[in-house]
Design a binder for this molecule. Structure first.
Ligand code: SAM
Length: 236
């Protein structure tokens, strides 16, 4: 799968693309991550990409022409099925259910805004959809773009060391994940729940399922109301 981030700060995306599961997936050729910088497509020699808003007000707005050219260059990186998404607090909420939908594309072009945002005419003409990572404002679309790339990459076959990790993650089936423990067995007086040391796989699966349900009920009852279904009881 290809990702092309249109950004004024390619160094942020480059650093992110080198580490962890995303870095490993990139090294193995599962994902390709590139950047296109609108500054390289500015109409003047100074590389101007923003200007004051019509109508007045604070801040600057990213200009149409550098963005339009950068998006065209990004699109041209792939002949496959491409979606151009603008990261925007006004977009469709990016949630786990949307990850599979986006993973069906061959190429995602992720447009990261800065300043007060981008000229509306780019959204109207050059962008296929808008994606929000939540009801809060960050300074630029780069971190939201990284969230999208990371969440999608985790679901690609071969990206995780053990594919079961993704299946058991929170939200994958509408429930939160169960708690996790590792060695030592007791630390500062706090012991691992005995069932996890029992070697009884049925009992462990049942305990984990109960934990997932109890956590979801306590912390995110909205997920259960939305139809989150507990996995079938493995011990009957
Ligand atoms: N004035 C804009 C508004 O209120 O809709 C916010 C501009 S924000 C300071 C600059 C850029 O950060 C946006 O163009 C967008 O790309 C990105 N951004 C900020 N919050 C975001 C969010 N919750 N989800 C996705 N992108 C976001």
């Amino acid at each position: 799968m290809q990702f092309t981030v249109v950004t004024l700060f390619p160094e942020l995306i480059d650093a992110f693309g080198d580490v962890g599961i995303v870095g490993r997936s990139r090294a193995r050729g599962l994902v390709d991550i590139a950047t296109v910088n609108p500054r390289d497509f500015a109409a003047d020699r100074r590389g101007t990409v923003d200007d004051a808003p019509y109508g007045g007000g604070p801040g600057m707005v990213m200009m149409v022409t550098p963005l339009r050219r950068a998006i065209a260059a990004a699109r041209a990186r792939s002949g496959g099925r491409t979606l151009v998404a603008y990261l925007s607090p006004q977009g469709r909420r990016f949630e786990q259910a949307l990850v599979a939908e986006l993973a069906a594309y061959d190429h995602l072009v992720l447009l990261a805004g800065r300043y007060e945002g981008i000229d509306e005419r780019v959204i109207e003409r050059d962008v296929d959809c808008e994606l929000s990572v939540g009801d809060f404002i960050v300074s630029g679309g780069e971190v939201p773009a990284m969230l999208v790339i990371d969440a999608i990459t985790r679901t690609l076959p071969g990206a995780l060391g053990d594919a079961r990790s993704a299946v058991e993650d929170s939200f994958s089936d509408g429930l939160l994940d169960h708690p996790h423990y590792t060695r030592p067995e007791v630390v500062d007086g706090d012991a691992v729940p005995p069932v996890l040391l029992s070697g009884d796989h049925g009992a462990i699966a049942a305990w984990r399922r109960d934990q997932r349900l109890a956590r979801t009920r306590a912390r995110r009852p909205d997920l259960l109301a939305a139809g989150g279904k507990p996995e079938p009881d493995p011990v009957g």
